[in-house]
Design a binder for this molecule. Structure first.
Ligand SMILES: Nc1ncnc2c1ncn2[C@@H]1O[C@H](COP(=O)(O)OP(=O)(O)OP(=O)(O)O)[C@@H](O)[C@H]1O
Ligand SMILES: [Mg+2]
Length: 305
């Protein structure tokens, strides 16, 4: 659905994105993560054909951003960082206007508009002029205009920015409900939100791709905590010997049979841990690697280079 190859964008002499490549497949919900200034919005503007790249290529919905921008624009819904809303218009008229613009058949404009209003919980504000809305409600209108024509691909730049916790929850449910039928690329700074809604993440840092993988693979491969369940006599001796393993940073006794072992790094340490248990004549009941949180993965990739 999205194929990005070696995409670069220079603003003057600074590269906002620097040779990035990644892919989003049909039906996937992908979280696009990165610190402020990493290049998320720039990439999204390029993919939605609002900004030309300096070099590289991108294909969106099977069309090249260089040759078929009109075809792409028809097939996508885009929520920009700062949605350019016609602030003097009333919510409903604005959304009907967008529906017409996006090629929704005339007979369906009203029903599509109603659906978008419902999905974004704008029922009580549909006759309000947009400039009278609070920031969060403006964001909802932005989201409604992105969804209105039921596009196959949604590109959402921080969709929950400025929303209250209830609405964040609703937008999260809305995004999950679109799974399978729609493909979604969304940027956000709320990492638990990504864990809840996205199966895949692309992490960008200083204009370069730092990771592109499933949340499950990433959180597992970055895990540095083991739970060890053992039965035996001299737990104190076992703990002190576990400390001798060079990768081990701490060992905590959780119950009389369960130890939490934190590592500085993992170099086949599981084997060393189990060997240590055997050597001390402990019965090994369980040795399990805990998943890292997405926050831990993010911090490791972005802040420790
Ligand atoms: N119009 C512009 N002119 C010059 N530099 C720009 C312009 N737009 C963005 N940049 C620069 O490009 C880099 C990437 O910006 P971008 O807006 O893509 O980051 P972002 O990942 O979306 O950040 P945020 O999380 O703050 O939204 C930044 O260094 C930014 O200062
Ligand atoms: Mg941005």
């Amino acid at each position: 659905m999205i194929k990005v190859q070696n995409l670069t964008k220079f603003y003057g002499k600074t590269a906002a994105i620097d040779g990035i490549s990644f892919q989003v497949n049909k039906g996937e919900i992908v979280g696009f993560l990165g610190p402020n200034g990493a290049g998320k919005s720039t990439t999204m503007k390029i993919l939605t054909c609002f900004l030309p790249p300096t070099s590289g290529e991108a294909e969106v919905c099977g069309f090249s951003i260089f040759q078929n921008s009109m075809e792409i624009k028809k097939r996508i819904g885009y929520l920009p960082e700062n949605p350019p809303l016609y602030k003097e218009m009333k919510v409903r008229s604005y959304l009907e206007f967008v529906a017409n613009l996006k090629g929704v058949p005339f007979s369906q404009v009203k029903s599509f508009t109603n659906e978008a209003i419902e999905k974004c919980n704008l029922q009580s504000y549909s006759e309000f002029e947009i400039f009278k809305l609070s920031k969060g409600y403006k964001q909802r209108v932005g989201l409604a205009q992105a969804l209105i024509h039921k596009p196959e691909l949604l590109i959402l730049d921080e969709p929950t920015s400025g929303l209250d916790p209830t609405q964040i929850h609703e937008v999260r449910n809305l995004i999950t409900s679109l799974a399978g039928k729609h493909t979604i690329l969304l940027s956000t700074h709320i990492l638990p939100e990504v864990s809840m809604t996205c199966e895949k993440v692309v992490i960008i840092n200083k204009g370069k791709i730092a990771a592109c993988d499933s949340v499950e693979n990433l959180t597992r491969s970055f895990a540095l905590t083991y739970t060890l369940k053992v039965r035996g006599e001299n737990t104190e001796k076992l703990i002190s010997e576990l400390h001798q393993i060079p990768e081990v940073s701490s060992v905590d006794l959780e119950t009389n049979e369960t130890l939490k072992i934190k590592l500085k790094e993992d170099r086949e340490t599981a084997v060393k841990i189990s060997n240590c248990a055997f050597k001390n004549e402990f019965l090994l009941l369980e040795l399990k690697k805990e998943a890292a949180s997405l926050e831990e993965v993010f911090i490791k990739l972005v802040f420790t280079e």
